[in-house]
Write a protein that binds this ligand. Sequence first.
Ligand code: TYD
Length: 134
Amino acid sequence: MNLARIINLPKILDERGNLSFIEHNNHIPFEIKRVYWIYDVPGGEIRGSHAYQTLNEFIVALSGSFDVILHNGKEEMKFSLNRSYYGLYIPKMYWRKLENFSTNSLAMILADKYYNEGDYIRDFDEFKRIKANG
Ligand code: TYD
């Protein structure tokens, strides 16, 4: 089963400052087609609230913290991201939203496809219907 999960990244500790990195197919189970980031989020705002039909993604809190709330059609789970040396892998067909952003937080999202509005499911009831029938 292809489940959403936290993936720890390499962490090179150094007195001069730490270093982490991501190599696609080595640390995350897909090839990166697109990188985007969410920043300057006003307090209390929510991003996301949709699912992708085919897109797989990996989310890292490069700075600050936020929560990722996932729904698999049956139950909800919450992941708090607050370090830059791990991230959350989210395969296709999870409802996902990002919330509780701290001041100056920076969310980096790696995706395995180019932006395609047609891949989005933006209606939660429709998402649950597809999961129930799927
Ligand atoms: P969207 O993924 O809908 O973010 P949210 O669910 O948090 O509102 O993206 C918001 C807008 O940004 C969307 O209308 C299209 C644009 N966009 C791109 O052009 N390219 C991208 O890679 C992404 C993620 C969004």
